[in-house]
Design a protein around this ligand. Structure first.
Ligand SMILES: Cc1cc2nc3c(=O)[nH]c(=O)nc-3n(C[C@H](O)[C@H](O)[C@H](O)COP(=O)(O)OP(=O)(O)OC[C@H]3O[C@@H](n4cnc5c(N)ncnc54)[C@H](O)[C@@H]3O)c2cc1C
Length: 218
């Protein structure tokens, strides 16, 4: 199997399983024919579809079996393939979802709290505007901000990629998320499709139309 690029989610799986295959080798010491795959499940309170157990009660081998089932390996071949061709190493990450818990201003400290001259907060659980959690960039930026501020160094922290606020990034992601389809080819309920066509008519000859063409929506 080739690299999956991003993560593939098996949205109907009972564990809400996802997997990702990065370009190999993942580890320098990895043997040339080995492939490292990352598989995870978000629902730990429901039995699996093939392995009728909670993911938290499963061995690595059982998690591999559930994954093989979801990628379409014939059921009769699953146990042997999992036993002879794979090694599953389970790992619980109970704090990972902590990143995504709702929060409000003041829950996280500023990188350099007001008045501080010799200490700062760095990492994920820190407030720095616009930076998304769960990225190595956020950790790096908070470290830079801490060092530059406390040491009074005149350097700017690299800007946050405009994935949320820059309309060009948003437009670009639409066809990518739709398997390269143009918006007119997207499968939509008839009323929505009619509204979309109406909207497209309104953009004719405008800059919005140019942008949509440039980013492959039209
Ligand atoms: C499953 C998973 C997938 C991810 N995928 C991505 C991704 O694709 N792209 C991306 O950008 N980000 C991803 N992230 C997020 C990213 O890995 C983290 O945000 C980033 O590694 C945090 O870096 P950090 O240096 O702030 O903290 P950590 O990497 O958590 O480093 C903190 C270190 O401090 C040590 N430590 C803790 N307490 C003490 C103590 N008392 N004394 C001494 N040392 C201590 C810990 O052992 C650890 O080594 C992922 C995270 C997870 C869990």
């Amino acid at each position: 199997m080739d690299a999956t690029g991003g993560i593939v989610t098996v949205k109907d799986s009972a564990w809400f399983m996802s997997y990702g295959i990065k370009r190999q080798p993942v580890f320098k010491t990895q043997k040339p024919d080995d492939m490292i795959t990352w598989v995870y499940g978000l629902y730990s309170d429901r039995p699996g579809d093939f392995i009728k157990k909670l993911i938290t009660e499963c061995t690595g081998n059982e998690i591999v079996q559930e994954w093989l089932y979801h990628i379409g390996v014939p059921e009769s071949e699953i146990p042997t393939m999992a036993a002879e061709s794979a090694v599953g190493i389970p790992c619980m990450m109970p704090y990972t979802t902590e990143f995504f818990m709702p929060r409000t201003d003041g829950d996280f400290p500023d990188v350099v709290p007001e008045g501080s001259v010799n200490f700062a907060f760095i990492g994920q659980f820190v407030h720095n505007p616009r930076d998304p959690v769960f990225t190595t960039e956020k950790s790096v930026r908070t470290g830079m901000e801490a060092a530059y501020t406390l040491l009074d160094i005149e350097r700017k922290v690299p800007e946050v990629f405009g994935s949320v606020y820059d309309v060009r990034n948003l437009l670009q992601s639409i066809p990518i998320l739709s398997d390269g389809r143009k918006i007119s080819d997207m499968k939509l309920p008839l009323p929505d499709k009619m509204k979309l066509m109406e909207m497209l008519k309104m953009t004719e000859g405008t800059e919005a139309e140019d942008l949509m063409r440039e980013y492959g929506l039209l």
